[in-house]
Every structure is written in structure tokens, then in C-alpha cells.
Design a protein around this ligand. Structure first.
Ligand code: FAD
Length: 305
């Protein structure tokens, strides 16, 4: 393990934005993670996976960025234990081939296992929380397992969004058995659909804002919202934010080199050379427009470093 100076954050994220980090380290084991903390304990730090949900700061980060690349995979009778740095798609392909079902429709969500746990990533009715039994964390001093219940998983949320000093180093999954061939077909089909929405190579962080969970709204806001929308857009208790954004004319809006896609209101991308400053300007405008028309304050799914 070695520290790298002045690494460009834009090269660590799929959005391609962010200045230089004072220090950067990739860790491949729990021992290396401990070493990093021993050597750099007074620095502020930020942990990253594949950077597929992160907006880096234009001015860089005066601290240490730690990339978790712990990649073990162990299949035992009690469950599958994996390192947090495993690529999610590679993991899904592996469990598909072993005949474990429950995550096949998450194929194609970019990122690592740890990143997916942090935001309880999901797609097409499956979420990473569904098959997790426990998560292994490092709190800066000690490693320990915490139960699924302690993780407080919800829609794109978990305890890790509140408790930022817990680093996810691994997880245990328990999955039902399925037919490997059918699972592989399901994953391939999911990925085909995904590539329609996200053109290969697009610089973006996936959906920018979270969808609206109607059950989480107060009764007045819900009533007001329901009176102003096409209710057939509601799917499993959630209203797609893309729909609200499209209703306020978001498609094609821009700030600097940052654009809202012409195809999807909740897809914000960097057209090359974009800045975090413009992301924030555009996000603020979009929030204001939606609030004015629907009385709903959108919440970012992306994470600002
Ligand atoms: C094209 C595209 C499509 C997408 N589609 C989906 C989708 O369908 N569904 C979905 O849910 N998401 C989607 N996303 C968003 C993104 O892929 C997920 O949020 C993903 O789980 C992030 O994983 P990551 O490893 O890249 O995390 P990063 O982006 O590196 O980090 C995300 C957050 O997790 C934290 N984090 C990362 N690793 C750790 C760790 N070891 N310990 C503690 N905290 C950590 C970071 O500090 C950061 O706050 C999409 C993104 C893109 C670019």
C-alpha cells in the first residue's frame, strides 16, 4: 500500500468531475486499511468505491481518499462472504453461475458491493439489502460485523449515510437457489434495458435525484402532489422523479457543460469539462421548479464529496 499525491478526483468518478486529492490510497486488505489509518490519522478522509455516485469538488479535497479494493469471495454453508471492493456486476455474474437468485436484476448497476450497501442500491424490484445477513465494518480502530437490522436499510438509504465514520469492508449474503441459465438470461435482459437509458461512456452518476416515496410524505403534501400528477405514473408506491422533472421542462436544461438529458429528466450528465459548481446550480434550479409546481423538495441520490 502506498500513498499517491495529487490524484485527480475526476478520474475516480463516472461523472468525471473533481480537482486533486491531497492523498489517495487503494487498500486491498483489512490490514492495509489499518495501516492507512495509522499513517494518516489526523487527515480528514473520504472512502470511495467505483465513484459511480459521487460528485467531486472542483477545488479538490485537502485530505485522503481511500479506495476500498478488498476482493475476497468465500462461499460456505452459512452464506457467501465477500469483500466490499468486489465489483457488483462481477459478483452477480458469479452468483448467477453458482445458481443463487435474488440479485440478477441488479446486473449493470455500476460500482462495488460496499458502494451498493452504502446507498442500498437497487433496480427492477431488487435491492442489495434483500439478501444481506450482516455487514463487516471498520470504525477507524476496530473491525466488526453488524447485523442487517443495525444497517437500517431503506429506499436508497442506510445507517452508513448517517454514520460516515463506518467503512464497509465486507458483507455476508444468504441467497435462495435458482437456475443458473435463467438467472443469466434475466441479467442479460436487464442490462439490455439499462444500455437503452444509459449510453455507454456517458459521464453521469446514474439517477441524480431519489424517486418520491409517497408513504414518506406528510398527508397534506401527498394530497397536493396527487392532485397535480398523472397517478398512473406511480409504481409500487413511488413516483419517478424523472416524471416530475419532465413536467417542469427539465429536459435539455443546462449550466455550463452540465446538461439534463433530452431522453430522461433525472439523468444529468457532464458533456466534458463540467464542474461541480454547475451541477449545484442546475440541481438548485431543478429543485426550485419542482417545488413551485408540486410542493415537493427533491433530494439528491448522488453524494457530494
Ligand atoms: C450509469 C449508471 C447507472 C446507475 N444505475 C443505478 C441503479 O439502477 N440503481 C442504483 O441504486 N444506483 C445506480 N447508480 C448509482 C451507483 O451505481 C450506485 O449508487 C452504486 O452502488 C455506487 O457504488 P460505488 O462503488 O461506485 O460507490 P461510490 O460512488 O464510490 O460511493 C458512493 C457513496 O458510498 C460511499 N462508500 C463507497 N464505498 C464505501 C465503503 N467501503 N464504506 C463506506 N462508504 C462507502 C461513498 O463515500 C459515497 O458516499 C447508477 C450509476 C451510474 C453511473
Amino acid at each position: 500500500m502506498r500513498f499517491e499525491k495529487g490524484k485527480l478526483i475526476k478520474d475516480l468518478t463516472t461523472l468525471g468531475i473533481g480537482g486533486r486529492a491531497k492523498l489517495f490510497a487503494t487498500v486491498h486488505s483489512e490490514k492495509e486499511l489499518e495501516e492507512v489509518f495509522e499513517k494518516a490519522d489526523s487527515l480528514s478522509w473520504f472512502v470511495i468505491g467505483s465513484g459511480s455516485n459521487v460528485v467531486g469538488p472542483d477545488g479538490g479535497f485537502d485530505g485522503l481518499i481511500i479506495k476500498i479494493n478488498i476482493n475476497q469471495f468465500k462461499n460456505s454453508r452459512s452464506g457467501i462472504i465477500v469483500g466490499g471492493g468486489n465489483n457488483l456486476l462481477a459478483f452477480i455474474k458469479k452468483i448467477n453461475s453458482l445458481g443463487y437468485r435474488g440479485m440478477e436484476k441488479m446486473a449493470g448497476i455500476p460500482g462495488t458491493i460496499a458502494g451498493a450497501i452504502y446507498g442500498n442500491a437497487g433496480a427492477y424490484g431488487q435491492e442489495i439489502k434483500d439478501n444481506i445477513t450482516r455487514v463487516r465494518i471498520f470504525d477507524g480502530k476496530h473491525f466488526r460485523w453488524i447485523s442487517r437490522k443495525v444497517c437500517e436499510f431503506g429506499y436508497r438509504s442506510s445507517i452508513f449515510k448517517k454514520n460516515k465514520n463506518w467503512i464497509i469492508v465486507g458483507a455476508e449474503f444468504k441467497l435462495e437457489k435458482g437456475d443458473p441459465e435463467k438467472l443469466e438470461v434475466a441479467s442479460r435482459e436487464t442490462m439490455r434495458l439499462r444500455y437503452k437509458k444509459y449510453k455507454r461512456g456517458i459521464l453521469c452518476p446514474g439517477s441524480f435525484f431519489k424517486n418520491i416515496v409517497l408513504g414518506d410524505l406528510g398527508s397534506l403534501s401527498r394530497k397536493k402532489l396527487l392532485s397535480r400528477i398523472d397517478q398512473s405514473k406511480i409504481n409500487h408506491g413511488k413516483l419517478p422523479t424523472g416524471y416530475l422533472l419532465e413536467e417542469v421542462g427539465a429536459k435539455g436544461m443546462s449550466s455550463g457543460k452540465i446538461f439534463v438529458s433530452e431522453h430522461h429528466g433525472n439523468l444529468i450528465f457532464n458533456n466534458g469539462g463540467g464542474r461541480a459548481k454547475d451541477i449545484k446550480i442546475l440541481a438548485k434550479k431543478l429543485k426550485e421548479k419542482v417545488f413551485r409546481k408540486f410542493g415537493i423538495m427533491l433530494e439528491e441520490e448522488v453524494q457530494y464529496l
